[in-house]
Design a protein around this ligand. Structure first.
Ligand code: NDP
Length: 334
């Protein structure tokens, strides 16, 4: 009987999570039952939103349960099938990450769409949830229109690096912000007109005003906190903010200080709109069609930071909050 290894939530973190919050377990799997497949995961995703799921708090997605295997995006290969339409060797995506092997009903997995030039793990990054988040945030939430000057925070990460490149592909002036010289060099490489190393800037508002002397029209917020304040200060009238995430506020064990200059939203008649990508999955076909064109034209590229093996999955996850990734953080299991 095959044995699966899985990672469970052992305890809920207070403040910055640690390896101790996770535990490893082995479970014996039988053969797949009627209508089920057995899948060996090749790749799993770690994502910042999982930090919220470690808390015992009501949110848009259920909390991870203590003592139970965690969940998240994964790409794997069917190794045995007892389901119509799926056969051994098929590549599938699922939300059954944080484990190396599983049995699941066929409805719990999705055969991978083929997009020319993209490897399977791209469906956890550039061609998956993070890529779609960048696309939906810019096009549907911010309502990107000709002439907009775009500011993206967390710009060297999975979502941010796509947001920068999509805005560039659509002909916009783009300013990105990320931590450290290596990431700033990457932002220039992917075409950003301005690149801010926020860790080296004592005054982020001054740095943004310098990088965007005419102001900004669209802010794609991945970070919150001082980045949001800087964007409010530098926004032009009728600017639109896509509030995608607020990673600077995920770990502190007490509420972060409020945004001190929100009044700018009134005077400048700004629109700030939060969004959760699950509500915008209908855009996936449109996004994948646009993406394959941009990739073929060389307008969009992607980076991965790959951590090897299930044992290292908690470290990969923790690394997201220490800026250890350039592009999409992935764990290779296969
Ligand atoms: P990233 O690939 O961007 O990885 C996280 C990055 O965040 C790190 O590399 C680090 O980059 C940066 N970071 C970590 N801590 C801080 C901090 N205290 N201040 C500033 N930057 C920090 O992750 P994703 O692309 O997957 O996610 C980006 C954002 O989008 C997150 O806020 C996430 O929650 C959100 N998101 C929202 C979705 C939605 O549906 N609304 C869907 C998917 C993601 P650096 O070295 O530059 O600091």
């Amino acid at each position: 009987m095959p044995t699966a290894r899985e990672i469970r939530l052992k305890s809920r973190p207070s403040g910055f999570p640690a390896r101790d919050n996770f535990e490893f377990a082995s479970v014996e799997l039988g053969d797949p039952g009627p209508g089920e497949v057995q899948v060996r995961n090749l790749w799993m995703s770690v994502d910042p939103y999982m930090r919220g799921r470690m808390n015992d708090a009501k949110s848009y997605i259920p909390s991870f349960e203590l003592g139970k295997v965690m969940e998240g995006g994964a790409v794997g290969e069917v190794v045995a099938s007892n389901a119509e339409g799926l056969k051994a060797g098929d590549l599938v995506s699922s939300m059954l990450g944080w484990r190396d092997l599983y049995n699941a009903p066929a409805a719990g997995v999705r055969k991978l769409d083929a997009v020319a030039g993209l490897p399977p793990q791209a469906f956890l990054g550039v061609a998956g949830m993070p890529g779609l988040t960048a696309y939906a945030g810019l096009t549907r939430i911010a309502g990107l229109k000709d002439g907009d000057i775009v500011f993206v925070s967390g710009a060297a990460g999975a979502v941010g690096s796509l947001a920068c490149q999509i805005a560039k592909a659509k002909g916009h002036e783009v300013i990105g912000s990320a931590g450290g010289p290596e990431k700033v060099a990457f932002l220039k490489e992917i075409g950003c007109d301005g690149a801010i190393d926020y860790q080296a800037e004592p005054d982020l508002t001054a740095a943004l005003a310098k990088a965007a002397p005419r102001g900004i029209d669209v802010y794609f917020d991945n970070v919150g906190g001082p980045h949001l304040e800087a964007a409010l200060a530098v926004a032009r009238p009728f600017g639109r903010f896509a509030l995608c995430g607020s990673i600077s506020t995920y770990n502190p064990d007490r509420p972060s200080p409020g945004v001190r200059n929100l009044m700018f939203a009134v005077g400048k008649q700004l629109r700030l709109q939060g969004f959760i990508i699950f509500s915008h999955w209908d855009l996936m076909p449109e996004f994948l069609a646009a993406l394959s064109g941009w990739v073929a034209e060389g307008k969009v590229t992607w980076r991965e930071t790959v951590v090897e093996g299930l044992d290292k999955a908690p470290d990969a996850f923790l690394g997201l909050f220490k800026g250890e990734n350039l592009g999409k953080m992935l764990v290779r299991l296969g």
